[in-house]
Design a protein around this ligand. Structure first.
Ligand SMILES: Nc1ncnc2c1ncn2[C@@H]1O[C@H](COP(=O)(O)OP(=O)(O)OP(=O)(O)O)[C@@H](O)[C@H]1O
Ligand SMILES: [Mg+2]
Length: 175
């Protein structure tokens, strides 16, 4: 049995320059209601660059709602959201699209495209949504796959990978 090694930012600094200081995410006085159910009530919350943060709370307490707000899948009823010093809410649509490019999400279900190779799973969105050339997208995808220790797996389909390997494809795609 062989094991794949996942380089951490520490072991691969030039490929993954972790930002080490400054505030990356700030929610101020964010309120989110669904009908008359107030899920987030004037929430203040911030995350510094380079920090790993875990949201813990009872089922239904609003953890996923916070992530959906950051993904711009939902809009707050009140308050402001700032990412990397730029306003995500409220903000004009064009600015939202720019800021949104900096945010990635790895779903609990990996939601990889089963009919596409590992490489294409990663290049599909940059090519079709961001308009990157296929060559540039593939070059970047190969770098990201190296970063997550999947160099030998680029031409496989998701069903040919272990759960952890699939998750690393999802992480590379989010990056
Ligand atoms: N689209 C929606 N419409 C109405 N109510 C919603 C909607 N999305 C979430 N809610 C409600 O908002 C509350 C917070 O949901 P959320 O998904 O953020 O919880 P959570 O903390 O992630 O819970 P879990 O730990 O179970 O995943 C829940 O009561 C949920 O029923
Ligand atoms: Mg949840």
């Amino acid at each position: 049995m062989s094991t794949d090694t996942v380089p951490t930012p520490e072991t691969n600094p030039e490929k993954n320059p972790a930002r080490s200081s400054g505030e990356l995410i700030r929610l101020e006085q964010v309120t989110k209601r669904f009908g008359d159910h107030t899920v987030l009530d004037h929430l203040d919350f911030s995350v510094d660059a380079g920090k790993h943060v875990t949201l813990i709370g009872p089922s239904g307490s609003g953890k996923t709602t916070i992530l959906r707000l950051l993904m711009t899948l939902l809009k707050p009823d009140e308050g402001t959201i700032t990412v990397d010093g730029e306003r995500l809410f409220p903000a004009p649509e064009k600015q939202v699209r720019e800021v949104r490019k900096k945010i990635g999400m790895v779903f609990q279900q990996f939601n990889l495209f089963p009919n596409m190779t590992v490489l294409r799973n990663i290049t599909e969105a940059p090519v079709t949504v961001l308009g990157l050339s296929k060559d540039a997208a593939e070059e970047r995808a190969r770098e990201l796959l190296e970063l997550v220790g999947l160099t030998g797996h680029v031409d496989k389909h998701p069903a040919q990978l272990s759960g952890g390997q699939q998750q690393r494809v999802a992480i590379a795609r989010a990056l």
